[in-house]
Design a protein around this ligand. Structure first.
Ligand SMILES: Nc1ncnc2c1ncn2[C@@H]1O[C@H](COP(=O)(O)OP(=O)(O)OP(=O)(O)O)[C@@H](O)[C@H]1O
Ligand SMILES: [Mg+2]
Length: 255
């Protein structure tokens, strides 16, 4: 498999009025093309910071991130970032929200890219709602719009920060299946941050477990559940509960 991203010894400290906060300590892992990676760890350990560094929005205090062998120094169209809240603009329609990255990257009039977004809206059941506003949609539909917006500039890598956390449990399971299907259909590589252990097992090929802050990698697990199954089916498959117990123990008893 082709190595797409290398996170090399990344450290990060925040400088605040109260002093220095050491958030990340020598985080080191690779992401291969087509892979689905989940990052789990205690609240406030630095999960979002890792995604922001990969996205080129935050500069690490030490180490570097390489994309296809080249250091990432600023945001690139190759990487789409779906933030911790869906962050749709309430005054923009579904279509205008989904088109936003084209405006940011100066490609508002790029017909091919516009068509790509329109096709995604059609393919994933949002075309009829293209003139609706976010407040008129269900939580799950809003997440789909946010994902399509992340896909607008055809990135290869998707960074997803707790994409389902605002949804109730039932919706969450369904949207999780939807989002997974979209990512696989579109053949994207994904790095998902979540605090939900079962979500990580249901979605990921590999799971990175982080320690408390300052965060280090406690463990990196290869998940051996059947990849042909949907996330929902994986939750019911053999081996799922033993993975859950193992990861739960790691997160709760880490030294
Ligand atoms: N802009 C900032 N300035 C100062 N400290 C920050 C800043 N952003 C984050 N931090 C601190 O760095 C640590 C890691 O933050 P981060 O948001 O990456 O954690 P997280 O694992 O995503 O948290 P959560 O589980 O709440 O989403 C936290 O202790 C946080 O308080
Ligand atoms: Mg976070």
């Amino acid at each position: 498999m082709n190595k797409l991203l290398s996170i090399e010894n990344v450290s990060l400290s925040y400088h605040t009025m109260q002093g220095e906060i050491e958030a990340l300590k020598k985080i080191d892992f690779d992401v291969f093309s087509g892979e689905f990676i989940a990052i789990i760890g205690p609240s406030g350990c630095g999960k979002t910071s890792i995604l922001s560094i990969i996205a080129g929005l935050l500069k690490p205090s030490g180490g570097k991130v390489l994309l296809n062998g080249e250091e990432i120094l600023s945001p690139t169209e190759m990487i789409g970032y779906m933030l911790q809240k869906d962050q749709l603009f309430p005054w923009r329609t579904v279509e205008a929200n989904a088109m936003l990255p084209l405006e940011i990257h100066g490609a508002k009039k790029d017909l091919e890219k516009r068509k790509n977004v329109q096709q995604l809206l059609k393919k994933y059941g949002l075309w009829e709602f293209r003139r609706s506003y976010p407040s008129e949609l269900s939580g799950g539909m809003r997440q789909r719009v946010a994902l399509i917006r992340t896909l607008a500039c055809s990135p290869e890598i998707l960074l997803l920060d707790e994409p389902f956390s605002a949804l109730d449990y039932q919706t969450r399971l369904a949207v999780c299946d939807d989002v997974y299907a979209i990512i696989k259909n579109e053949k994207k590589t994904a790095v998902l941050v979540t605090h939900d252990i079962s979500e990580a097992i249901a979605l990921a090929d590999r799971i990175i477990v982080l320690t408390k802050r300052p965060s280090k990698i406690l463990n990196l697990h290869e998940i051996d559940t059947d990849k042909a199954l949907t996330p929902l089916q994986r939750r019911e498959s053999k081996g799922f509960s033993s993975w859950f117990e193992r990861l739960w123990r790691e997160l709760n008893y880490e030294k």
